[in-house]
Design a protein around this ligand. Structure first.
Ligand SMILES: Nc1ncnc2c1ncn2[C@@H]1O[C@H](COP(=O)(O)OP(=O)(O)OP(=O)(O)O)[C@@H](O)[C@H]1O
Length: 278
């Protein structure tokens, strides 16, 4: 992880899990339910993501993968079940609170950000820094603090740019980037808040093979540094080759969970995929 220590976040539900076995579990989803009118998109999904591992979340179209992602990261409020991150109950968290916990998901570069440079896009996640407060820019002692924070922020931006080898496009407008470069920027933006776990929703969609390899190398490198990954991806081969564990969703719940080799030979999984739904 980066040199900067991540501060322990303030948490609304601070009941630390008393079960020591859970220390190895970064994320735990239990009986998750999400309905949209008459549609039950997630129907009692339960799974665990181990700390420091790369876990793939796969399943046929409409299986409930994205909705599960949205429930974990607060985009949707679940109708039932619990989500625990590092032993803390984070069910119903608001999207803007995720970063405080060290949990981050990648977002597509929004249209309004396409006109901003790569550098500006990377500065955004730290927008709520104290430099935003007027009094701090007026009082002399506070101004020094603001300057120090700005310097640290820029250092972090360049660290992230260098890590992803995208320094050369720092001044490029995000809207002019190729599909693969955008994906690199999305991940770089997520790293700006120095998370402990990254949730990636189809990180390789529309990425050419060369950049796909590059992205994968970066993900593996980060994983070796201790980051935890949960990846939703349609490319089953890619997940099977790169993830230690795979969770298969089908019709809103978890059909199978385990090492890639056990998943590929699981008859229920084969049936779900061959059922004409993919
Ligand atoms: N906002 C919504 N309103 C109504 N129905 C929704 C909404 N979001 C998802 N659904 C429905 O919930 C079900 C699960 O959708 P979801 O997008 O989570 O599946 P998915 O596994 O991510 O699918 P895909 O692989 O095609 O992206 C689908 O039937 C979908 O149509």
């Amino acid at each position: 992880m980066s040199d900067t220590e991540i501060e322990s976040p303030e948490v609304p539900n601070d009941a630390a899990d008393p079960d020591p076995q859970r220390n190895d579990i970064e994320l735990s989803v239990d009986g998750l339910v999400k309905r949209f009118g008459g549609i039950t998109a997630v129907d009692g999904a339960s799974f665990e993501v181990e700390s420091g591992a790369m876990t793939g979340l796969i399943g046929p179209n409409g299986a409930g993968k994205s909705t599960t992602f949205h429930c974990i990261t607060g985009i949707h409020r679940p109708d039932g079940g619990t989500v625990r991150f590092q032993g803390r109950d984070i069910t119903g968290i608001r999207p803007y609170e995720c970063a405080d916990y060290g949990l981050v998901r990648t977002f597509q570069i929004a249209r309004e950000m396409a006109n901003m440079t790569v550098l500006e896009n990377l500065m955004l996640p730290a927008q709520n820094q104290s430099g935003e407060q007027l009094w701090r820019s007026v009082l002399p002692f506070a101004r020094q603090e603001v300057e120090r924070e700005e310097r640290e922020l820029l250092e972090r931006v360049w660290e992230v740019l260098e890590f992803f080898e995208i320094e050369h496009i720092a001044e490029e407008k995000a809207g002019n980037l190729s599909g693969g470069q955008r994906k690199l920027l999305e991940m770089a933006r997520a790293l700006m808040i120095e998370p402990e776990m990254l949730l990636l929703d189809e990180p390789f969609a529309g990425v050419n093979p060369t950049l796909e390899h590059k992205l994968l190398d970066h993900i593996h490198e980060l994983r070796e540094e201790g980051y935890t990954f949960l990846i939703v991806e349609h490319d089953m081969d890619l997940i099977m080759e790169n993830c230690e564990r795979v969770i298969v969703m089908h019709q809103g719940s978890v059909l199978a969970e385990g090492a890639p080799e056990t998943i590929t030979s699981n008859e229920q999984v084969i049936e779900a995929y061959l059922g004409g739904e993919v």
